[in-house]
Every structure is written in structure tokens, then in C-alpha cells.
Design a protein around this ligand. Structure first.
Ligand SMILES: [Zn+2]
Length: 84
């Protein structure tokens, strides 16, 4: 049986362990791709076409920093929270 928490991705033995209450803090990070989609959707005159599905496409793939890097741990994906 998979014991991974669908909410946080960690083992439920870790994230639902009462001994770990109070040992976490909320943090945020920005998904640059989703930010582009959100910005378009938030434009005042934006009106989606029927069936429209919006997605983020790199303007220039060569300019996207970090392409090809693989995170060794979840922590690496959230650089602002490292060492903090
Ligand atoms: Zn969890």
C-alpha cells in the first residue's frame, strides 16, 4: 500500500505523526510557467473561448534556466526554504 500523502507527498507516517505537530511552517514558491497563465487569465479583457485550455509554453527553450536539472529531494525544489 502506498503510504504517500496526496497533500504533501511525504510519508503519512511523517506528516500525520502527532509528534511532528508544530514542526512545520507554511512557505510559498512561484511556478514561473503557471505565473504566465495566471497573468493572462487575470487580464481585465480576457475571455476564454469555448473549450479553451491554456498552458505555458517557453518563449525560447534555450532561455529557460534549470532545464535538465533533477531535484535530489523535494527540498531542492524550494530553494527559498533551504537553510531557513
Ligand atoms: Zn501530508
Amino acid at each position: 500500500m502506498d503510504n504517500k500523502c496526496p497533500q504533501c507527498g511525504r510519508s503519512v507516517f511523517v506528516c500525520r505523526n502527532d509528534d511532528n505537530l508544530g514542526l512545520w511552517e507554511a512557505d510559498t514558491t512561484i511556478c514561473a510557467a503557471q505565473a504566465a497563465v495566471d497573468e493572462r487569465r487575470n487580464q481585465e479583457k480576457y475571455k476564454p473561448e469555448p473549450g479553451e485550455m491554456m498552458f505555458a509554453r517557453p518563449i525560447d527553450e534555450d532561455l529557460i534556466a534549470g532545464s535538465g536539472l533533477v531535484f535530489k529531494s523535494c527540498k531542492d525544489a524550494y530553494p527559498e526554504s533551504n537553510g531557513g
